[in-house]
Ligand binder design. Structure first.
Ligand SMILES: [Zn+2]
Length: 447
């Protein structure tokens, strides 16, 4: 049975149109004119409320199996659905076992069965010594791989140096699959920490900031640019924080180097000078930097140098955030935010006069492309999955614990005033979230 979704503001790939999205068997059959609703099928008329493509978040840590007490498929995918995210691509670490072998991938897929409220897939992991596993993981269907150039924080996911990166890239060459990289290198971080020395008041965010200096990022990115160029293999920089890297990324891209980059809503929202003492819910790596850097990130995003925005939702149990002592050196790093990215981004866009339709490229189309899902996900196009978000861009609200659906409610966004709210989320033609409530059971696809 087909159905129709109508709005004066359908965010289509080539702009905003007054139109009708016709769905049939979970797919978009066609995008019709506003008044072209076929007779005899149900019509959902949303008036002037924008209809966006379902968002694709390529950077989440769900942590199940193995650390389900940190987060899990049920809670994470519901959080996603509540925020208009219809596809998640899960990171290969913080779950146990880490997704560095086919057996681990299969264990993770098995754990996700029946618990996914949105469509889900997983990146493979590149760690020290697993280059021989990569081809098999690719055959098993991972859309790409993730690695760290610095300590990842978990023992089972060892970081890789240049020689290990080269081994991995030699395996990936020709597959078309991207290597996603946490781009910070250890040398500048070690130096910075030595300079801070003992006796620093680690309740102050400024010490965390100076312990992860800008050149840890730019030095890593410089190496990745030449490796992407040499191996002609796509490299994707995850969670860019240092806006000074934008210039070299732009030059590399102009020279034809296959390199892409994402940033995260927290780097675009917060100012390190305003993070309260002991507020470890703001701790992540690379760190949130100062307001001038934030504005440069916005500029790079607007200019198309930064390709996309991903959440890097990376929660842990509240105890691990060491909130009592509030020490930024001891607290687990990672920001919990899944489900909030759309209103957080829109709030920032309103402040800077940026049009809503840019969201579709940054948070749906480009990430879908990165994950090899172009044509199926990330755009309101004929033949694509009928994943839709109905958004109220004018509603203003303050985030409370009951508005977030991830497992642990410790998040820097609690208490933050936002503009815009997801009204409905549709996954392959089924309404999975509507005005704060979920459908009866999960129908997400696990692959
Ligand atoms: Zn991450």
């Amino acid at each position: 049975m087909a159905q129709a979704f109508r709005s004066t503001r359908v965010i289509a790939p080539h702009g905003v149109i007054a139109g009708t999205v016709i769905e049939h068997k979970g797919r978009i059959a066609r995008i019709a004119a506003w008044n072209d609703v076929p007779a005899g099928i149900p019509l959902h008329d949303y008036g002037d409320a924008p209809i966006l493509p379902g968002l694709v978040d390529t950077h989440v840590h769900i942590n199940e199996p193995g650390r389900t007490e940190w987060e899990g498929f049920w809670t994470a995918t519901r959080a996603a659905a509540s925020g208009g995210v219809t596809t998640l691509v899960d990171m290969p670490l913080n779950c146990i076992p880490e997704t560095t072998t086919v057996a681990a991938l299969e264990a993770k897929r098995a754990a996700a069965q029946g618990k996914a409220w949105v469509d889900w897939t997983a990146w493979g992991g590149v760690v020290k010594g697993n280059a021989h596993e990569l081809k098999a993981l690719a055959r098993a269907g991972v859309p790409g791989f993730k690695c760290f150039m610095v300590e990842s924080g978990v023992e089972g996911f060892q970081w890789v140096d240049e020689s290990e990166l080269r081994k991995a890239l030699a395996e990936l060459r020709g597959t078309g699959l991207p290597l996603l990289v946490h781009a910070e290198i250890p040398g500048p971080i070690e130096q910075a920490i030595a300079q801070i020395g003992p006796g620093a008041n680690w309740r102050k965010y400024v010490f965390h900031l100076s312990s992860r200096p800008r050149n840890a990022e730019t030095d890593a990115i410089a190496m990745l640019i030449w490796l992407a160029d040499e191996f002609k293999t796509p490299i994707h920089i995850v969670h860019l924080s240092n806006a000074l890297a934008a210039t070299m990324l732009q030059r590399a891209r102009e020279a034809g180097t296959p390199i892409t980059v994402e940033t995260c809503p927290h780097y675009l929202s917060f100012d390190s000078d305003e993070i309260p003492d002991g507020a470890t819910e703001f701790k992540c790596a690379p760190p949130i930097r100062r307001a001038d850097n934030r504005e440069r990130l916005w500029k790079a995003l607007e200019d198309g140098i930064i390709d996309m925005v991903a959440s890097d939702h990376s929660p842990c149990p509240p105890e691990m955030k060491d909130r009592e002592e509030g020490r930024f050196d001891k607290a687990w790093g990672g920001i919990a935010s899944l489900g909030l990215a759309l209103p957080v981004m829109w709030t920032g866009m309103c402040q800077r006069g940026i049009q809503l339709d840019r969201i579709a490229a940054w948070m749906a189309e480009k990430p879908a492309q990165l994950a090899g899902l172009r044509g199926r996900k990330g755009a309101l196009v004929e033949g694509g999955d009928a994943d839709l978000v109905v958004f109220n861009p004018d509603e203003e609200w303050t985030v409370t614990e009951s508005d977030v659906h991830f497992r642990h409610k410790l998040s820097p966004y609690i208490g933050v005033r936002l503009r815009g709210r997801v009204k409905e989320t549709w996954l392959r033609g089924e309404r999975i979230f509507s005005n704060g409530t979920f459908s009866d059971e999960p129908h997400g696809r696990v692959e």
